[in-house]
Structures are given as C-alpha cells and as structure tokens.
Design a protein. Structure first.
Ligand SMILES: Nc1ncnc2c1ncn2[C@@H]1O[C@H](COP(=O)(O)OP(=O)(O)O)[C@@H](O)[C@H]1O
Ligand SMILES: [Mg+2]
Length: 590
C-alpha cells in the first residue's frame, strides 16, 4: 500500500508560510515591499499589540483590479516576473509570489484596493487562506491590507513569539530600514495609536536619518559618494570617534533592498582601517547600486541574503568609498566639531581617546610588573609601616591596603608617580579612579541609594526611535542608577538627575551606552557589573586629564579603602612598582 500522499494546498501554504512569515515584523516587511513595488509615495503602518493583534498597511500605490486581488493570495501568483530570464534581472523587491499566500494561510486577512483609473475598488476577507467575503466598494486609490490574529491557526508558531517589546522592536526595525532606503516615500508608523515614526517624503536622505536616528546622529554623519565600473556606493557613515557599542545603526541596501551581508560590512570596517576602537561600531546607512544581473536575490525565501557575483570587487569598492569619505573629511569637514562641542556637551573629544588608546597602550612588561599584593603584605607589619609613614609624612597617606606613598607628581598626564619604600609606584590614574568609582557606585546601588545631583538646566537627550522605546521601558531601572528622565516631546527626553559621582560627564554618550547595554536584558541586576563598570569608566578621570597633587591624594586615599585596589573593574592593574633593586641593575650599580 502506498504511504505517500500529496499534501493539500492549505497545508502546503502553512509550511511555506513558516519560511517567509516568522513574526509580525516579517508581515510588515513583505507588505511594505509590496507597497513600494506598487509605486507608493505614502505608506502607513499601524499596529496593535506589537502586531500580534492587528497589522494594517495602507499605501497610495497603483492598487489591484478585483480579479488580481483574488489572485494575489494564491501561491506563486505574481505580477513581477513571468519568465526564467526575468529571474536573473530582478528590479522589484518581490518576485516569488508567496508572501500574500503565506500571510493569508496563517491569519485573518482583509484587502481593500482600488486602481487609479477605476471608479470603484474591492474588498476581500480571507480566513486561513479561504475567501469568505468579497465586495465592490468605494475606496481610496491604493491598497490597504489588514492582518489580524497572526498564527491563530498555527499555535506552535505563536508560542515562539517574543515579548511585546521585542516584537515591536523587530517591527520598528523593518519600518525604519525601509524608510531609510526610500527617503522620497513618506512613512508613518503607529503602535496602539501612538505615532512612533513619521518620516515625511524628503529628497534629503540626511533628514530622513534624522527622523529615525535622531538629529544629533544625523548631523555628525559623513557623506559617502563613490562609483566605479562595478558599483555605486552612496550614503552616510559616522566619524571614527562617533561610534556606538552595538551595530544597531548599520543598514545596507543593494538596489533598494535591505540586505545583510558580512562581506560588505567587513569591507566597511576595512575602510575605517585602524581608526576604529576595538568593539566600537560605526553608524552606517549605505546604498549600493549593482547591475541586477550580477546578483542573485533568490537564495532565501526572506530575500535578505544575496549572492554577489563580483564579491571581491564590490568589497574593495566599499572599502575605498569609506576611506575616501574619511580622507576628504579631513580636508573639508562637513560639520565643525568645535562648534558642535559648544552646543552639545555630549560630543566626545577625539584627542583624549586617541591619547588613551594609541599613545599609552597598556603594556605591562615582566620587568616592571610587581606583585603589589605582596608588597602590601610586606608593609603590613606595624613596625615598618609606622617607620615608613614617618618618613613620608608629607602625604599623610596612611592606608589600609596600599603601602605609604609620597606623591611626586603626574607623568604624561596619565600616571601618578609616587615614592614608596624600596622603589617607585606608577599609578594609572584612570584605572585607579575607575576602581574607586566602581566600588562606590556598586555600594550605592546595592543599598538602593544612588546619590544624585539635579541638573539645573535639564540636559536634552536626542534619541533614535528604537532608543525611545527602550527608554520608556527602562525608565525605572535608569532611575535606580540615578538617571531620571522626563519625556520632552518628539524624540527627546530631558535629563533631570544624574548620579552624584559625575562631575563634567558626557551624559549623552553615557546614556546611549547604558541603553544599548540594557537592550533585551531582563534586569539591571543581571548586568550590574557591566553597567556599573561602564558608569565608573565614564565618571573616572581620563588619561590626558591634568590632576593636581591634592586630587591625587584623594583618589589614592579612596583607592586604599576599596575591596580590590590593585585592579580596575576591567581587570587591568591600577599600579605597578619599579624597585630600587631594578633601577640599580639598570644603572649597573649592581
Ligand atoms: N500593495 C499592493 N499594491 C498593488 N499590488 C499588490 C500589493 N500587494 C500585492 N500586490 C499584488 O499581489 C501580488 C502578489 O504579492 P506577493 O504575494 O507579495 O508576491 P510578490 O510580491 O512576490 O509578487 C504582487 O505581485 C502584486 O501584483
Ligand atoms: Mg511581495
């Protein structure tokens, strides 16, 4: 007896849907692509309950005839290709004719559409792939597609959906990426009737970026404009020192299609060469135009991966494009960094970071590293400690964990130099202060009393749409860390308080950092070491800061009271010793 059966159509559609439609965001992706393919200049995306309950996408594109509307939900039904040759020169975003069929198979779908030249439009209601109702109705030109109760008939799928906040972020990501790719199309995105994004149709791509990533980010971006015989590369990249801790603001488009491609991303980093710090990531919005015949977009049902025929040449072009943008910026800065610094205190000062990373690499050599703990123990004896204390009276550094020291001064604006019995101490001012700040913050946090200072002129924080959602969500957690924020309208928040440990701090950078760390984390407690380390790092004096002797004494006094004075919270040493013995050997006295 034969065991093999041909699967019924609705089951086939459900299986196919599994590949194309993973979550509400995939519905949005497919429907927005259809609207763009239909030539829309205005697209509205409305969600309820992060898309789990309802997704509605309305466009003013060319619309469909009643006959086509019915066909559109069939599998392999498309108006975009008709022959094998077409498959190898695809200019539209869709071509597989399976998105609407897939969506229809796993949701309750309704379509309203009208073509420009027609007087009337039509409406269709489809449940689980079956047309339940069709009508001729009056309608605006264009198409409106509503998807309700996604996965109502595939409970296994539904179970895999993440929390509302996570699903919403995925949806937002899709809309923002298509808005970035199509500055000439107006996008509006609402969630439970709140407007999350409104990017008007602009010819100016930088303004579109501003409406999505915030004005400040957009202002600082460098323009990329490059072409050779294989490829045109256009868009924006950040300056090497306006970088982020995550890759959330990196978008690539090839022929208008949002893609993910590590060869191209790697080429961008290559273009930055050594100007980027480790684990720092530039913002990038790059559009590549390639001959459609030299790419294959048909490698995955979601069409986000593509194969590029001349991969090496394209990568080389992208690296050159980035390099060129960075180089030409040196000659002709597009934004005057100095004026920016006056109006926004958050702008990092490149000099310092360069100083820290390049000029003063941390290279402990076997010769100079000294087991400090041993020393401390060695000085622990009452007798010798008091003897030494007398000798170095001037500093009154009677500490619990550090041996008595006599501060001599600051070296290279980076290290304190101090005499101690039997030698010299080099103290890394940043590492030492960081340890002090870390333990102080940790104690305050653990006892739920982070001391704060009110900002008299509440600083205004300009955020991206995604960050705005995180901020609303993490408001209480940030408050527990000492940051009180108040919604200020648009994409801005007023910063009301910051932790007391901060003197002059780049609040904006710090908050952006914290937000990216809090992203998708269940709670601050889970991540407190990482978060507090970052906060301490920002609060501490930097390499390159001038520090006076009394300030040094203060830092060292506090350091001596910490639990673990010999390393910074990242685990690097705070101090090292060169013994007299070592000096004598070097001078060949011994
Ligand atoms: N918003 C829309 N406006 C006009 N036509 C549309 C729209 N959405 C879908 N269609 C029509 O329905 C067809 C099927 O859509 P879809 O299943 O996404 O397949 P594909 O986009 O791969 O062709 C499209 O080829 C197009 O003709
Ligand atoms: Mg499509």
């Amino acid at each position: 007896m034969s065991k093999i059966v041909l699967l019924p159509e609705d089951l086939i559609n459900k299986i196919a849907a599994g590949e194309v439609i993973e979550r509400p965001a995939s519905v949005i992706k497919e429907l927005v692509e259809n609207s763009l393919d239909a030539g829309a200049s205005k697209i509205t995306v409305e969600l309820e309950e992060s898309g789990k309950k309802r997704i509605r996408i309305t466009d003013n594109g060319e619309g469909m005839s009643p006959e086509d509307a019915e066909k559109s939900i069939l599998r392999h039904a498309t108006s975009k290709i008709s022959s094998v040759e077409d498959l190898f020169s695809i200019k539209t975003l869709g071509f597989r004719g399976e998105a609407l069929a897939s969506i229809a198979a796993v949701s309750k779908l309704s379509i309203i559409t009208k073509q420009k030249e027609m007087l009337e439009g039509c409406s269709l209601k489809i449940v689980g792939g079956n047309i339940l109702d069709k009508n001729i109705i009056g309608a605006e030109q264009g198409t409106s597609i509503e998807v309700q109760d996604i996965f109502f008939n595939t409970p296994a799928r539904k179970k895999f959906l993440k929390t509302d906040a996570v699903e919403l972020k995925h949806c937002l990501e899709v809309v923002t990426h298509y808005a970035l790719a199509n500055p000439n199309v107006a996008f509006k995105f609402t969630h439970d009737h709140n407007i999350l994004l409104h990017s008007p149709a602009l010819q100016d791509a930088r303004s579109t970026i501003a409406s999505i990533y915030g004005i400040q980010t957009a202002k600082e971006l460098l323009e990329v404009n490059y072409s050779d015989k294989n490829v045109v590369v256009q868009g924006f990249i950040s300056k090497p020192y306006h970088v982020r801790n995550d890759k959330n603001q990196q978008v690539l488009f090839v022929n208008g299609r949002w893609i993910k491609n590590s060869d191209i991303t790697n080429a961008v980093y290559e273009g930055y060469h050594s100007t980027l710090f480790v684990n720092k990531h530039p913002v990038l919005v790059l559009h590549l135009q390639l001959n459609p015949e030299t790419i294959d977009v048909n490698v995955h049902p979601q069409k986000q991966e593509i194969k590029i025929e001349q991969k090496e040449q394209v990568a080389a072009a992208v690296a050159s494009a980035v390099r060129e943008a960075l180089q030409s910026n040196k000659l002709m800065p597009t934004v005057d960094v100095n004026t920016e610094q006056q109006i926004t205190f958050g702008t990092p000062i490149p000099r310092k970071e360069t100083t820290t990373a390049v000029k003063y690499p941390f290279e402990p050599s076997a010769q100079t590293v000294f087991a400090v703990e041993e020393t401390a123990a060695g000085y622990g004896g009452q007798e010798s400690a008091s003897a030494v204390a007398e000798q170095y009276q001037s500093t009154e550094l009677m500490q619990e964990k550090l041996p008595p020291l006599k501060l001599l001064g600051q070296v290279h604006k980076t290290y304190f130099l101090a005499e101690t019995e039997g030698g010299l101490f080099y103290i890394d001012q940043h590492a030492a202060h960081e340890r002090v700040m870390y333990e102080s913050l940790l104690n305050q946090f653990l006892y739920s009393k982070v001391e704060v200072q009110k900002l008299l002129q509440g600083e205004v924080l300009d955020v991206s749409v995604a960050e705005k959602i995180s901020l609303e969500e993490k408001k209480d957690e940030l408050k527990a860390l000492g940051f009180e924020l108040e919604y200020f309208g648009g994409n801005t928040f007023a910063v009301k308080t910051i932790p007391l440990v901060y003197g002059k701090v780049k609040i904006k950078e710090l908050l952006h950092d914290l937000l990216s760390m809090l992203e998708n984390k269940k709670s601050i407690l889970e991540k407190k070491e990482e978060i507090l380390t970052r906060m301490a790092c920002r609060a501490a004096v930097m390499a390159g800061d001038l520090v006076t002797i009394p300030q040094m004494e203060r830092i060292l006094q506090e350091l001596s009271k910490t639990e673990l004075p010999y390393t910074c919270p990242h685990g690097r040493p705070t101090l090292m010793k060169v013994t007299v013995d070592e000096l004598e050997k070097k001078f060949r006295r011994k």
